[in-house]
Design a protein around this ligand. Structure first.
Ligand code: ADP
Length: 178
């Protein structure tokens, strides 16, 4: 059986999954990094969808997630979640990063989706230390999967070698556990 959690390296916008998760900012109106790449690949329909959510709900606070259509992407939906900005670790960053992953999983599941791809939320411009963020991502998701069985496949999509190796090591360690 294929593992339910897999690491891939590359551009998240190219994946053929139900849901791509975007590391958005609270405005939901696009930005740099993976957010910019997702909006470029999805086209203007995604920005329009984000503007509508923004009008209805206002800004998206750190740890929260919203869902939109996916424009020209192969995915069926985009979940926009806002990770914490790293401020040294005493500003609830770990809890907020956990919330971002968990709320994205819940939203995907609530909408009936079964395959989902995550970028390494908060580890770019938001400055979260990569190793600590990878541990939170892996632990939050594996913990969620032990209690929820609807999601079939989760991909961690890593952009750089360092992040890829961190995730591979963490998942191998989990696989080695008795
Ligand atoms: P944040 O503001 O949450 O830190 P960033 O977009 O700056 O978000 O970075 C989050 C992570 O996404 C970083 O590890 C960055 O290398 C990675 N990234 C950037 N572009 C892509 C992409 N096209 N596909 C997957 N990951 C990407």
């Amino acid at each position: 059986m294929q593992p339910r959690v897999q690491v891939l390296q590359g551009d998240i916008t190219t994946l053929d999954v139900d849901v791509i998760v975007n590391a958005a900012n609270p405005s939901l109106l696009g930005g740099g990094g993976v957010d910019g790449a997702i909006h470029r690949a999805a086209g203007p329909a995604l920005l329009e969808a984000c503007k509508q959510v923004r009008q209805q709900q206002g800004e998206c606070p750190p740890g929260h997630a919203v869902i939109t259509t996916a424009g020209n992407l192969r995915a069926k939906a985009v979940i926009h979640t806002v990770g914490p900005v790293w401020r040294g670790g005493d500003e609830h960053e770990a809890r907020l990063l956990e919330d971002a992953y968990r709320n994205s999983l819940q939203l995907a599941e609530a909408n009936g989706y079964t395959t989902i791809a995550f970028p390494a939320i908060s580890t770019g411009v938001y400055g979260y230390p990569k190793a600590a963020a990878a541990e939170i991502a892996v632990n939050t998701i594996t913990d969620y999967l032990t209690r929820h069985h609807h999601l079939q496949q989760i991909y961690f999509v890593c952009y750089d070698d360092e992040t890829t190796h961190l995730y591979q090591r963490l998942l191998t360690q989990l696989g080695d556990e008795p």
